[in-house]
Each structure stands twice: as C-alpha cells, then as structure tokens.
Design a protein. Structure first.
Lengths: 354, 354
C-alpha cells in the first residue's frame, strides 16, 4: 500500500477497497436493510452514543449544512480558529442564518470562557465548533466548551465537526452533552470519501421539528423516520456502506481504546521527531491533534520538492493549508498509518533534509 | 453476475465494481484533477451538451434540491405524473418555494399544451419535469414540453430529472434547450449509487448568481468555480468517480447510438412479451420508457412469490411503486442488461406463471 501522510482522502486498506466491489442490491430489500441497520448500530460505539447515527450520501460539509438547516431557525454562534470552522461559518451565511463569528487566532484553541461569555450575551439556538482542525492540527477543547456553555445557556445546542478526528480520538457524544457530532468517511475512519455520519441527540431532533425550511436532502427528521425502518430517504451510497460495515468490524476488532492510543502515540512521536529536527509544532501543547500535526517550516524546506522526493518512495505529505502554505507542512497520522510507517517517513525526510 | 431487473441500484459490471477499488489520491492533487477533468468532459457527450457537467457527491435527489435552491427565487411550476416528480414538488415545498403543482394522472404523460397554458398564466422562473418516471415507466415528452414553454415563456428555465433514463435514452440537452438535466449513477449508467451528474446551461448559471440563499453544498455557482479548476468545493466521491471514468469509456465504446438502440429494442421486447402473456403496459403507446416497463398485473400474479421464485435463479424484478404495488410490477431493462438476459427472465416467468 502506498503511504499518504495527508489528512484525507487517506489510504484505504485493500480489504476495504475490495468491500466496495460487492454486487449491488435493491436498497429497499431486506438484505440491504440488514446491512444498513447493523452498520448504523455499530457506528454508535464510535460516537459513544446510545442515541442514533445517521448516514448521509455526501461529504462532511453536507452534514455541516444539515446541522445549520435543521438546528438553527435564526441565530447561531460559530467558533472559528481554522479553515474548516470558517467553512462552517460560510455554510451558515450561505443558508441565510444570522450567524455571529467568534474568531480566535489560528494558532490558539477555542477558549471556553470566551465562548461562554459570547453565548451569555447573545441568544443563540446553537453553536458550531470544530473538534480537530485539519488546516492547523489544533484539537479544540470541545468537552470544556460544552461544559462552559451548558452552565450559562443550557438550551444552546452544541454542534461539533469531528471530520478529521472521529475514529482516531475519543469523542464522547453523550457524556459531553453534544447534540450533533458529524464526521466523514475519508479521514480517521480510513474509507473512501462520499459518505458522512452524524450522531444526533433526541433534543436536536425535537428542535429540528420546529425549524422551517429544512430542505429535503439533509432533513434530519426525514432521515430519522427512514432510519427507524433501516433505510434512508434517498438511495444510499451502497458501496461505501459495504465498506463502512467491514471497516467498523476492523476498527472494533482493533479495539477503540487501542486505536485511540495508537493515534496518540503517533502524534507524540511526530512532535518528538519534529523537535529533534529543530522544527516546532504549530498548535500549543495540550491542544495538539491526535490525527494530524502541523509543523512550522522553520528550516525553509522546499515542501513541493520534498513531496516530489517522497513520491519516488511511494509516500507524500501535505503542505500547509491556505495562508499556512509553505510556512508550515502537515503530517497526517490517522486511519491505517502505523508507527513503522512514520519511521519510514522520517528516514526519507532526514535524507532529504541532509 | 446476478441479474436484477429492478430500476436501481442496478447490477454493475465486475470491471466497474473493481474500478472503485483503486487506491485513493489527495483530491487536490494533479493526478486526481486529471481524472476529474476527463470524466466531466466525457460526460458531456452523454448529455449532448457543449456546456458543462457538474458532479455531485449525493444521490439524484440532492440535485433536485440543487435545481430548486439555485434556479428558483420564488415561483416554480412542478409537472407531476408520478412518484419522483412528486418528490421534486416536495423538495420545492421543503425549500420554502412558492411551487404550483400541475398534476396529471399517473397513467398519462405530461401534456405540452397544458404546461404551456399554465406557464402562460403564472409567471414561473422555472418548471420541473421528470423525463422517465421510474414509478410508472412513463417517458414524458420533454422535447415537446420545452418547445411549447419556449413559445410562450422563453425565460422560464426548464429543469429535467433524467435519473432513470440518461445513458439509456437520447436526451439532447442543448438541442432541446434544457437548462438543467440531472441524473444519478445507479440507473442506466450502471454504476453504484452515491454520485449525481447534471448538465447546467450558461443561462441557468447566470440565473443562479441572482438567487439568494443557495446554500453551500449544492451551490452550482461554487461548483462551477471549482470545476474550472478541475475540482469540486467539497471532497468528491472518489471511488465512484474512478468507476464513472471507466464506465464512460465502456459506454462510449459501445457507442451511444448502439446503446440507445439496445435499450429501445429491449423495451419493445418486454412490451411484446407482456402482451403475449395477456398483460398490458401501464404507460400509453408513444410514451413508454426505454429503460423500465410497468406492467399491469391483470392476471393477479403473486409478485412477492414470483420474486422468491426468481431469486432462486439469481434474478429479481420490482413490484409496483407505492399505490401501484401488486396491481402492477416493473421490469427494468437498463444498464448492463442484454436481450439474452431478458429472454432468461421470460423463460423463468413463464415457468412460474404456468
């Protein structure tokens, strides 16, 4: 398998690539409904929820739109400290909501006290926050933000994007009191893109029923109604669900605890290696992603040249995102990546750097 | 390959199932952009358009929503003579548009004169029509409707759902003056579900720029901006695009004319066979689908029992849709189905019926 140290689409195991290639079934057949049911059941373990997981034939951004259209009539607060948080803000603007942006520097985590103060002042139906910023390698303190918000505005729904962390970091939907936790297939779940998943709380669904103009395709109420019949309103992304079904078995066989530990250990190793090379980590300590590390390019490395060099060895990493291009670069350590793959990457990088 | 005579998801050729299993690539890489570019280029031939084809990680219903949100500020006319036309009407309602339903009996085609009269009376920005009703096997006279509308309301955009016909019947986007022609992967294109395609005219895109609240995920203006860079706003359904790339080669190698003729010949053969069994066709002559035939169950066949019998032989067909369940049944003849497959089905059915 080639090794891409990029934060999605990530490499997919051959068994999972092949799982997509199973013959099609009618989606309203008992055979497929059974696969749909067991897949959405197993997914609840990943989200640490007793409630429900909905499957969407879309990318994760589709579910950012679902969150906004279903759970916000008017006012929403958007915590922004990276490109994908900013996208969610744009999604809210594009959908005509009255959205207030609570901006933080990209190299700083979302601050629970500032969020609580903003929520206390405004009267927000919901807030959006990104757990793991793919653009910066920042892990935001979602649990602490949720606690702080709950203390001052218990009715504000907490909507969390875990696109690049769920499956690689422990996110406890129920215990942390989160109302919608969305992710997509092509990151730490190590599946091909085109499928998105969301845990949705009972109270979020109750709220959705009161929101006008939810649309059709991403209507959570309609999705839940069909889920109760082990189905989806529109035709599901069947080959990707075949792959998810198999991949959840692999993930649960590894053990969720082991999987999170593997990701944490790889993150730690990347930090250690970067520092050994005289390079520092973009995100402050305590807020570093378990799945992708953004490294400051303090040695003025030609990132494009580095990637050309790495590709000859069947590897590649990611340049910095947007304004961070060339001044940072990113090493993803999620999904199928193992510590030994990282060691192989470091050997090659050291060769390039010397 | 098992033979499913159901109108989607249809059987997918092994080569295409396998095409999904290629290794992932970063979606913003030159390698993937080249695949994205050539796939969307080849797709233009299928739609008979010189303008553009957009690819969406969604089912066809997602693009029904795109059409409504992008091309209608307020008023839209929805021509309804089947379940999927009715869904499009629901999509317009769910998105808060002022939609007028122009209803026809399900066993009657959309009538161009009635549409023209309705368009003349109202002042509609767009009308929606389904080319091929999967629920009834009706092929609506889209070309004639477009002509009639153009004569009385040249500015009204014509939005066409060709979900179950494109790739099996000739639909001339440019020559017929259609503004948005949408389809999905799992019908006559014989791909797995989860991908949708749309030809979008220049004037539709100009209109979209003036429409507020288009949302983010299905924003056609945003999709076009990225298409010009051989990319998509959100992560694309990569494995399905790999499959589409390969399948378009197979379709173009068969030849579009040959492909449409094959579908027409199979439709004709199904009509002939049904009549030989004392069963009549639901759609009136001249308006019968090339890809799926709805047959009146005038012999009170136990459709569920028939399917159980057929499944033992690796085949299955579709019951009637919604209110037509059991009083009709459907034989799909699209995608990979060949005349010899139909003959095999008829042998089995005659055995069951005798």
């Amino acid at each position: 398998m080639p090794r891409m140290f990029v934060p999605g689409p990530v490499d997919v195991d051959d068994e999972i690539l092949q799982a997509q290639a199973q013959p099609m079934l009618p989606h309203r057949s008992g055979e497929f409904e059974e696969i749909f049911r067991r897949t959405s059941e197993k997914a609840r373990q990943l989200f640490f929820t007793k409630e429900r997981v909905l499957l969407s034939a879309s990318s994760g951004t589709g579910l950012q739109e679902a969150a906004i259209r279903n759970l916000v009539n008017k006012k929403v607060l958007s915590c922004v400290n990276g490109a994908f948080a900013d996208r969610w803000y744009d999604v809210a603007v594009s959908n005509g909501k009255d959205v207030e942006k609570l901006a933080f520097e990209w190299d700083q985590p979302v601050n629970p006290d500032r969020v609580a103060a903003a929520v206390k002042k405004g009267s927000f139906e919901a807030l959006t926050i990104v757990h793991n910023e793919t653009s910066t390698g920042m892990q935001n303190p979602v649990k602490e933000v949720a606690e702080a918000v709950r203390a001052v505005a218990p009715d504000t729904l907490i909507l969390v994007d875990t696109v690049s962390s769920l499956g690689g970091a422990k996110i406890e939907t129920d215990a942390w009191g989160l109302d919608m936790v969305l992710t997509s297939s092509q990151k730490a779940l190590a599946l091909p893109p085109g499928l998105a998943l969301a845990a949705v709380s009972d109270r979020a669904l109750e709220k959705a029923k009161t929101v006008e103009n939810r649309g059709w395709y991403f209507d959570l109420v309609r999705m839940e109604k069909h889920r109760l019949k082990d189905s989806s309103p529109a035709t599901p992304a069947m080959s990707l669900i075949f792959a998810l079904d198999r991949q959840l078995d692999r993930i649960l066989a590894e053990g969720l605890g082991n999987r999170f530990d593997r990701h944490a250990a790889m993150a730690h190793r990347v930090h250690e290696w970067a520092e050994s090379q005289g390079l520092s980590i973009y995100a402050p300590e305590g807020f570093r992603s378990q799945t992708v590390t953004t490294i400051k390019n303090e040695r003025d490395i030609d990132i494009s040249g580095l990637n050309t060099f790495l590709k000859k060895r069947g590897m590649r990493l990611a340049n910095g995102y947007g304004p961070l291009k060339n001044i940072t670069f990113r090493i993803a350590h999620m999904g199928e990546i193992q510590m030994s793959d990282l060691e192989g990457l470091f050997v090659a990088m050291e060769e390039y750097l010397s």
